[in-house]
Design a protein around this ligand. Structure first.
Ligand SMILES: [Zn+2]
Length: 270
């Protein structure tokens, strides 16, 4: 077998496994941040019997499969969501490494993986609690600033695009928040789109907002239909929009501007 192929397989396997382990930490963030509990100090406990989970039962994904999703001490069902979050983070990291060239853009891939993990936390935490944790958004903003400072990237956006991106989606959401007295939108959504825009640039964040509005409308209708509850968190849809825009933002933006003739209009007029 070709040596470079083996080399790549080892790297990708490592990225997936490391992503799964970080996914395990994301679970801790999702459950403990809303309760203001420490992230490192305490060991994990069974939610039903309170028994401390032994170290050998803390291997991501594998332990859950071996124990068939049950607590070793009391046999209570353990939610498959822990395993879903771990696997999801591993798969997303692997996809990111495969999608962008790992030899050409290693820094970009690391920053994108950090960004994606923060979005996973926002997605599930907002889904559960309808709150977006400010520290997670601050983390996204720091990653965005690092992206602007290091520039070994697939698409080299001008700094102005990142600065305008900071306001492009967050200001409209801020107006909706103010006008609706935080009923339609919350401040968490506003700062998430500000930090996301700083990372993606103006075109990317507008695509993310469009995706969030479309999927959020469908999701909201489905939720009202099935549960009769019209109150829902918008954060998961914003995170989904940012995630999709991270990969396809420019392509979707360019396609839309060609399709609608906006590109020609701008050329003729200005
Ligand atoms: Zn138990």
């Amino acid at each position: 077998m070709d040596h470079t192929l083996i080399y790549y397989i080892v790297i990708y396997a490592f990225i997936f496994i490391f992503g799964v382990c970080v996914g395990s930490f994301l679970n801790v963030c999702i459950y403990r941040l809303p309760k203001n509990e420490g992230l490192i100090k305490k060991n994990s406990h069974c939610m039903t019997c309170g028994e401390e989970i032994k170290r050998r039962d803390l291997i991501p994904i594998i332990s859950w499969c071996i124990l068939k999703g049950k607590c070793r001490a009391c046999g209570a069902k353990i939610s498959p969501r822990y395993t879903v979050v771990e696997a999801l983070n591993g798969v997303l990291w692997l996809v990111t490494a495969l999608y962008f060239d790992i030899v050409l853009y290693p820094v970009y891939i690391v920053l994108s993986c950090l960004m994606i993990s923060a979005l996973v936390v926002v997605f599930f935490m907002d889904w559960d609690t309808q709150l977006i944790n400010t520290w997670v958004v601050v983390f996204i903003a720091v990653v965005a600033i690092l992206r602007i400072i290091f520039c070994d990237f697939p698409e080299d956006l001008p700094v102005s695009s990142h600065i305008i991106g900071l306001f492009a989606a967050s200001v409209p959401l801020m107006l909706v928040t103010l006008i609706s007295h935080e009923r339609a939108m919350g401040w968490g959504d506003v700062i998430l789109m500000a930090a996301g825009g700083l990372y993606l640039g103006v075109k990317g964040i507008l695509v993310a907002l469009a995706i969030a509005l479309i999927t959020g409308s469908i999701g909201g209708l489905l939720q009202k239909h099935f549960s009769g509850n019209s109150k829902f968190a918008f954060g998961p849809y914003l995170s989904l929009g940012i995630l999709i825009a991270l990969f396809f933002g420019t392509a979707i933006g360019d396609w839309y501007m060609d399709f609608t003739g906006i590109n020609n209009l701008l050329k003729d007029t200005y």
